[in-house]
Design a binder for this molecule. Structure first.
Ligand SMILES: [Fe+2]
Ligand SMILES: [Fe+2]
Length: 301
């Protein structure tokens, strides 16, 4: 039996391929990748509200990013080939990878400066890397993507409060700019991993159940790591018995979780989508603060 393809059929396939290539070439990412080169050497020891516990909470959170965001990049890259039929999403995945790579680089630079206070953040980066590389080996590509999707929602929730009010408690301009720039970009790309997941696995029960199960695991994992890392940093800073400062941390946790918990629960809705919430006004204000607005954007807001 012959499998040869007729000349008109071949032409039609070639036309479809060339149309797809043109579409891919024409698509533009929905958000930019910005290169930053922050210089943190002059930061004070306690750059968050002059409080050891709050500074170490955020330094601990920061040590999750270099390895965490490399893991996000690997988990989307592992499935990216299957997205080529959606040029816009493919371009956005490219920009997502670019933004996360820049975040990893800048948070690592921040840790190198925090080293001057004897905190050894590199050891916490390594611990994060070890945990995530172990999970990556144990989990399927789908589950690794889902862990990324869940952690992206977790981050997207946190950064709203960061842009809204938390940044004002940061006493160092450069450190504040790092967190605000990161917050803006997390909001810009908050739907990319989710859209990739839906594109690949749909939104039926087989997609929904693993999504909420892995998010529950992600919440538990990230909360344990943050508490653990803050404790390690408090110990290294000889502040472990500073009960007054721990109390401040407790107060902040209670007040912020009143805001976070409903937003985390939102992810459990079967028809949840990251773009159900619109932070464009807050993002525009934050961009203005950072001087990131293009002239046209500045005129519009
Ligand atoms: Fe990031
Ligand atoms: Fe992200």
């Amino acid at each position: 039996m012959s499998h040869s393809v007729s000349v008109p059929a071949k032409k039609s396939i070639q036309t479809k391929i060339s149309r797809a290539k043109t579409k891919l070439a024409q698509a533009k990412p929905s958000f930019p990748v910005r290169r930053m080169d922050y210089e943190f050497a002059a930061m004070p020891r306690y750059w968050f509200a002059n409080e050891p516990s709050l500074t170490h909470l955020f330094t601990g959170m920061s040590t999750l990013f270099p390895e965490g965001e490399s893991y996000f990049v690997r988990s989307v890259r592992a499935l990216r080939k299957q997205i080529k039929d959606n040029p816009q999403l493919d371009k956005d995945i490219g920009a997502f990878i670019g933004q996360e790579a820049m975040h990893s680089k800048e948070h690592h630079a921040f840790h190198q400066s925090a080293e001057q206070f004897g905190l050894d953040p590199a050891s916490l980066e390594n611990a994060t890397g070890l945990i995530l590389k172990t999970l990556e080996k144990l989990l399927s590509k789908k589950a690794n993507l889902l862990l990324t999707v869940g952690l992206e929602h977790y981050t997207a929730v946190l950064v709203v409060t960061m842009m809204d009010s938390v940044n004002e408690l940061m006493t160092d301009d450069t450190v504040r700019n790092l967190w605000l720039w990161h917050s803006v970009e997390e909001t810009e790309h908050k739907a990319v991993a989710f859209d990739m997941y839906q594109h690949l696995y749909g939104s039926g029960l087989n997609a929904y159940l693993p999504r909420i199960m892995i998010f529950s695991f992600a919440l538990l994992m990230i909360t344990s790591m943050m508490i653990g890392y803050t404790t390690v940093l408090m110990k290294r800073d000889k502040q472990l018995l500073n009960l007054r400062s721990w109390k401040k941390l407790g107060q902040m946790m209670v007040s912020s979780h009143k805001i976070f918990i409903p937003k985390f629960l939102d992810y459990y809705r079967p028809d949840f989508h990251p773009n159900d919430t619109d932070e464009s006004e807050l993002v525009a204000k934050t961009k203005a603060k950072l001087g990131l607005l293009k002239p046209a954007d500045a005129l519009a807001c």
